[in-house]
Write a protein that binds this ligand. Structure first.
Ligand SMILES: NC(=O)c1ccc[n+]([C@@H]2O[C@H](COP(=O)([O-])OP(=O)(O)OC[C@H]3O[C@@H](n4cnc5c(N)ncnc54)[C@H](OP(=O)(O)O)[C@@H]3O)[C@@H](O)[C@H]2O)c1
Length: 289
């Protein structure tokens, strides 16, 4: 059967879980990645892989939606403090996605699922939600029936705290009382699959099964990896100066948003079954940088 679904950002931590779900339920799909490493990760799940980067080579994505009825996009610049790429959030989250949307319009794609982020729409002060929102707007204007899923946070995004714990520090900004129900990327992929099967439309803010304060989460990380919990006053302007060394030219955007989300409640609709403690126990310390 030929692919009818296009999965953008298929090699990412969420993308790969969506790929596994699609394969499990026998939905053939085309996957996009910008790298050979990404393609290798995707090979067990689909033979139809496009290695193209809509940011640096937008002309090469022409035709990527030919024969496709549904696009699922988990393509976005990594929010991790420990990954580095030269592109900006505007270039990947907004422009890269918009390039594919143009192709989708040309090829009459009839349904779109876009993975955004909780703060999109409410917070233009930070590049991450601001650029997700810019693409959300373009998708709305396109007239293609769509669902925008805004996770409050993925457990994989909290890997940064495990990486810092490996360096003997678990930062808690402010009093640690802000609460969140982050969701595992495995459970989030099931939400995407359910959205696809039921062709749900609109905007949904998605969270996981348990609500914890940031301090409670830091205690769980400490229990799992050891390391010292370090409280950083939220009044300190340059939180980045307190964190272990990390590298990214978009550091300012990432650290500012990290500070924001860890000091404000981030709660979404309750979904999934995997708890944060279970997720921490599944992490192989040796695989953390
Ligand atoms: N992590 C979180 O806590 C969190 C919370 C809420 C929302 N989100 C959003 O959910 C989406 C998926 O998150 P994730 O954690 O799965 O992200 P991820 O692991 O960093 O994966 C992102 C994907 O985007 C692709 N990508 C990155 N830069 C690209 C570029 N220049 N050109 C083309 N493709 C590029 C990557 O593919 P290749 O490297 O193979 O090209 C990768 O597959 C993102 O949009 C993110 O903002 C994440």
């Amino acid at each position: 059967m030929s692919s009818k679904v296009l999965l953008l950002g298929g090699s990412g931590s969420l993308g790969l879980e969506i790929a596994k779900c699609l394969k499990r339920v026998l939905i053939p799909f085309r996957a996009q990645t910008s790298s050979f490493d990404g393609a290798e990760k995707l090979q067990p799940y689909t033979p139809d892989i496009w290695i193209v980067d809509p940011v640096t080579n937008p002309e090469k994505i022409q035709g990527i939606t030919e024969g496709i009825t549904t696009v699922i996009s988990g393509m976005g610049k990594s929010v991790s403090l420990f990954t580095n790429s030269p592109d900006t959030f505007n270039e990947v989250d907004h422009i890269g996605n918009a390039e594919v949307l143009l192709d989708a319009l040309k090829n009459k794609v009839s349904y779109y699922i876009y993975i955004s982020i909780k703060e999109a729409g409410d917070n233009d002060d930070y590049a991450i939600p601001k650029n997700h929102k810019k693409f959300e707007k373009k998708l709305e204007e396109s007239g293609i029936p769509h669902c925008i899923l805004r996770p409050v946070g993925l457990f994989s995004g909290l890997n940064d705290l495990a990486i810092m714990a490996k360096r003997n520090m678990i930062p808690v900004i402010g009093d640690g009382e802000a609460k969140t129900n982050s969701i595992s990327q495995t459970d989030m992929a099931e939400v995407v699959l359910n959205t696809l099967k039921n062709r749900i439309t609109g905007i949904r803010i998605i969270g996981g099964p348990e609500i914890h304060s940031r301090y409670e989460m830091a205690l769980m990380i400490q229990e799992r990896f050891g390391a010292k919990i370090v409280k950083i006053p939220s009044t300190i302007a340059n939180v980045g100066a307190f964190l272990p060394q990390f590298f990214d030219k978009n550091l300012h955007d990432k650290v500012g948003f990290f500070k924001y989300i860890t000091t404000h409640d981030m709660i979404g609709e309750k979904h999934g079954v995997i708890t944060f403690r279970q997720y921490l126990n599944s992490i192989d310390e040796n695989e953390l940088p």
